[in-house]
Every structure is written in structure tokens, then in C-alpha cells.
Design a protein around this ligand. Structure first.
Ligand SMILES: [Fe+2]
Length: 242
């Protein structure tokens, strides 16, 4: 199993605060049956102090020297908060993408739609990038029609596992379940930030999906889709993949 969206890399964002927490999170991922963790620290590239690709690579190198004994693969990427000029920054290679591939995990303003997301997706796709939308079920303005439109623009949909359990409120819970019912989900990830309230939880999530929507849907999101994307992002580069 692959966790595509995590904040396990320590001291770089509002995720893990120290190595001890990161180690506990990794152990929980392994206990859940995860064999590949994608590290996706937040980046806000219009902030002067944003984490550039070279910074993230450096932090990862140090981190990996302490966790390489685990029998598990780590891939490095980021979670990009969209504001204007993303395309320009991506083309300049300043922004860390998923394993330096053309796949990007992208989140939009959760409160209001301050950019036309469909246009953004169109431009990214037209320039060869493959956007994965992080937790759209948590956006206040979202509905199924919008999610369908995003998919029609070629974006992939990543749902947060905690949404299904109601952690982000009734609305996000309802939308996340509707996405499963309508077969709109490409990936489900923990988006874990710590080892307490927002801890890795893919085992219980897979159990819930299997119980509610059947083994075929569970296999589709947890195995088939996840492995296909992993294989795609590995074609570019091979970092610490066991
Ligand atoms: Fe996240």
C-alpha cells in the first residue's frame, strides 16, 4: 500500500515536529501495511521563505540517512498551494514535484474559489503536468459537478482518509463518501500531520472502504491506481526505492 500524501518529513511545515514523531508515524504506516511513503511538505511558493526544491532535497537527504534502515520506500514530493504563476515556477524547476516527475500534488484555497480551477488545470495539462488535486472534499465551494469537471480536465482526485470518518466535518464526510459512490476517487491518502489527531490511518480506512463499497473499489484505489501512479513517477528518477 502507498501513502501518497504525508507530512512526515520533520520540521519543514505544520506536520511532524521532530524525528521522534516521524519515526512513530513511519512505524504506524508500516503496521498499517504501507510499503511506500510519499513525503509531501507544504509549499507556498509566493512566500519569500518558501521551501525550494533544493531545500526539500537537502532536508530529505538528512532525514533519509536516519530512516533508511526501514524496509520501506520513501519518495519525495510536495503539496503545492496554488496561487498565480505556478506554471512559470514549475517550468523554472524551482518547485519540487512528485519524485521530480511531471505529477504534482496541488491544493486550492479551501474557503473560496479565488482562481478558476478548471482553467488552471487546463494550462497545467497543456504544458505536460499531471495535477493530483489534494482533498477537494474539504473545499467549501466544492460539489460533485465541479469534481467531475476537474476530472474531465484530466486531473486526478485525492481524498483524505480522515474525511471519510468525519474529521473535517459533516460536509467533507458527505462529499468524500459521494465521491466513492460515484467512483470519482483516484487516490486516498492519510495526509497525516502527527501521531495523535492526524495520524496515519490507512488500515482502518481500507477496512471501511471494503465494508461500505466492496473489495473491488478498495483494490482500485489502494492498489491499482496507486501503483500505476507510483510506476509513472518512478520512470523519471529512482530515489531510495527498495
Ligand atoms: Fe497535506
Amino acid at each position: 500500500m502507498i501513502d501518497f500524501h504525508t507530512h512526515i518529513l520533520p520540521n519543514v511545515d505544520d506536520g511532524s515536529r521532530d524525528m521522534e514523531t516521524s519515526l512513530a508515524m513511519i512505524k504506524k504506516e508500516i503496521a498499517d501495511g504501507v510499503d511506500t511513503i510519499v513525503l509531501t511538505p507544504h509549499i507556498k511558493y509566493n512566500d519569500n521563505k518558501f521551501l525550494k526544491k533544493k531545500d526539500i532535497d537537502k532536508f530529505f537527504e538528512e532525514f533519509y540517512s536516519k530512516v533508511s534502515f526501514f524496509n520501506i520506500a520513501f519518495l519525495l514530493g510536495s503539496e503545492i498551494y496554488y496561487t498565480e504563476n505556478l506554471l512559470e515556477k514549475l517550468i523554472q524547476r524551482e518547485i519540487k514535484t512528485l519524485n521530480d516527475s511531471n505529477y504534482i500534488l496541488i491544493e486550492f484555497n479551501p474557503f473560496y474559489e479565488n482562481y478558476n480551477i478548471e482553467n488552471v488545470l487546463f494550462d497545467l495539462k497543456a504544458n505536460g503536468f499531471k495535477p493530483i488535486i489534494a482533498h477537494p472534499e474539504r473545499y467549501n465551494y466544492i460539489d460533485l459537478k465541479k469534481i467531475l469537471n476537474y476530472k474531465e480536465q484530466g486531473a486526478l482526485i485525492q481524498i483524505d482518509s480522515a474525511s471519510l470518518f468525519g474529521f473535517f466535518g459533516k460536509r467533507a464526510k458527505k462529499i468524500s463518501h459521494l465521491c466513492f459512490k460515484k467512483n470519482l476517487v483516484d487516490l486516498i491518502s492519510s495526509d497525516c500531520h502527527d501521531n495523535n489527531f492526524r495520524s496515519p490511518n490507512l488500515k482502518e480506512t481500507k477496512e471501511l472502504i471494503t465494508k461500505k463499497y466492496g473489495i473491488k473499489i478498495a483494490e482500485q484505489v489502494f492498489e491499482i491506481n496507486a501503483n500505476n501512479i507510483k510506476n509513472e513517477i518512478l520512470k523519471i528518477k529512482n530515489i531510495s526505492n527498495k
